[in-house]
Design a protein. Structure first.
Length: 82
């Protein structure tokens, strides 16, 4: 059963957290990636806005991620078709 989007999109909160994380050191660590994923999947789906934020975040930061984070990002992209 797919949850309906009832206006509870977390994309603004997620984008703010990502910006803050990137501004601290220019990258994301595993805890930050896991936090963003937990935030976006609270309703068990990724809506269009959340998808756009994740895609942009992953594309822009791909070259800056440590290896373990890059592997996790790849798993997320494959699993959620990002």
């Amino acid at each position: 059963m797919t949850a309906m989007n009832t206006g509870q999109s977390k994309w603004i909160e997620m984008a703010s957290a990502a910006i803050q994380s990137f501004s601290e050191d220019g990258s994301l660590d595993m805890d930050e990636v896991n936090f963003l994923l937990t935030l976006v999947l609270q309703d068990d789906e990724i809506d269009d806005e959340e998808r756009q934020v994740l895609q942009a975040l992953f594309e822009k930061g791909a070259s800056l991620f440590p290896n373990d984070v890059a592997e996790k990002v790849k798993e997320i992209q494959d699993k959620h078709h990002l």
